[in-house]
Write a protein that binds this ligand. Structure first.
Ligand SMILES: *Cc1c(COP(=O)(O)O)cnc(C)c1O
Length: 409
């Protein structure tokens, strides 16, 4: 039997039956050809070469470098360690300018090495680091800038490059969201001195855990290769301090498998994104963050901005409504790195210089997508959002009247 279309009083937050019997998460992993993956895993086990620059890691690195159009692609155990090693290999120190509106790893990768992340505001329209603000944050201690291509939407790379040149600081990008995306017709991966990708399970292309550094700088690439393997330059020969940032063979096998399905993952993401877009066209106060259709996009994040004035329901109340339905929408990247520890204690007033970050982190909501979510399910998700948005003041009133512990989040 088909589920009856939900009406306002059926909302689970008001004790109706949840729209989904199981939790629907943002970033449910995409899995490619399972049999192909199993064959590769068996091959790894047969050859007893599990890590340390194995055949699959080398093949993955070659294929990624080709796809991104860069001279070097170094596979790593994850993007956080890749950022740490890259900033270290470039000799960054003192202060590095980063957005606060990003995943905490961007900031942590610096602070872990006692480099101070200096939080810079984002542009209201692009959600990316604002070059005018970057310029204002530069001090004699600044050694670099790390732009984040948030949700795969490219930073203003030209403006950032010119600032970095003028002040003689390094420019890197945290491209964790931007695998498979292009900017001005060029694949992301080739901008700045280096770009770092994440292939974590929740990213649309994954290697279980994993990441990579893309660069056209031969010297930097050689240094990163040594640093991710303890500084070993050959048997019994360590040439400087390093750590362990290696990707293993099974992760690489997962990556090679995923690459074969990359176009399909993107097509599904795009289909889902279009479905959301179509549904939200008739809902006032809910705006979908869009992608430039002239560029390559991975469409892995469906992010909407909630205008509380227009729909009468706040982002946080809408999230409560969705969570009660087992739709686990996420507030990425609330509340901004500057409001998390240790930064909140170090810089208690940072928010004063981050008005757009504070504004946007209170409005955005990421919705489930990827190959684990069907168009029909998106229809059901949007029906819930539509009911909440069309009855915004009533939702707000009823939620306020409810005991906080009765709201299932
Ligand atoms: C996921 C993510 C990272 C960290 O990636 P890991 O591979 O999990 O270490 C860094 N920056 C951003 C913006 C991310 O979304």
């Amino acid at each position: 039997m088909l589920d009856a279309i939900k009406e306002f009083d059926d909302l689970a937050v008001f004790s109706g039956k949840p729209a989904f019997s199981e939790k629907l998460h943002v970033g449910r992993p995409n899995i490619g050809d399972r049999n192909g993956l199993m064959e590769k895993i068996n091959d790894v086990l047969d050859r007893r070469w599990l890590t340390n620059n194995g055949k699959y890691v080398q093949e993955l690195e070659r294929r990624l470098a080709d796809l991104l159009g860069v001279r070097h692609c170094i596979a790593m155990c994850n993007a956080t360690v890749a950022l740490e090693i890259t900033t270290r290999a470039l000799g960054l120190k003192g202060e590095v300018i980063v957005p606060s509106f990003t995943f905490i790893a961007t900031a942590h990768s610096l602070q872990w090495q006692e480099i101070t992340p200096v939080f810079c505001d984002v542009d209201r329209e692009t959600y990316n680091i604002d070059p005018a603000c970057v310029e204002k944050m530069i001090t004699p201690r600044t050694s670099g800038i790390i732009g984040v291509h948030l949700w795969g939407r490219p930073c203003d790379t030209d403006a950032l490059r010119s600032i970095a040149r003028r002040h003689n600081v390094k420019l890197l990008f945290d491209a964790a969201h931007a695998f498979g995306c292009s900017h001005n017709g060029q694949m992301i991966g080739g901008f700045g001195t280096a770009e770092v990708f994440s292939f974590h399970a929740t990213k649309f292309f994954n290697t279980l855990e994993g990441g990579a550094v893309a660069t056209n700088d031969d010297e930097l690439a050689a240094k990163i290769r040594l640093m991710k393997n303890f500084g070993f330059a050959g048997y019994d020969n360590v040439v400087y301090i390093g750590t362990n940032g290696k990707m293993d063979e099974i992760s690489a096998a997962m990556g090679l498998t995923g690459l074969e399905s990359l176009d399909e993952f993107i097509a599904v993401n795009k289909r889902n994104y279009r479905k959301y877009k179509e549904e939200f066209a008739s809902v006032s106060g809910i705006e979908l963050v869009s992608y430039d259709e002239h560029e390559k996009n991975n469409y892995q994040y469906v992010v909407c901005e909630i205008d509380e004035q227009m729909c009468g329901v706040s982002r946080d109340n809408l999230m409560k409504v969705l969570h009660a339905e087992n739709i686990i929408a996420r507030r990425y990247f609330y509340p901004g790195c500057h409001r998390m520890e240790p930064y909140r204690s170090y810089f208690p007033h940072a928010g004063l210089l981050l008005p757009n970050t504070e504004l946007l982190s209170g409005k955005v909501l990421s919705l489930p997508t990827g190959t684990a979510v069907s168009v029909e399910e998106i229809g059901k998700i949007c029906r819930v959002i539509e009911l909440a948005a069309d009855n915004g003041p009533e939702v707000t009133k009823r939620l306020a009247a409810m005991e906080p512990d009765r709201i299932r989040v």
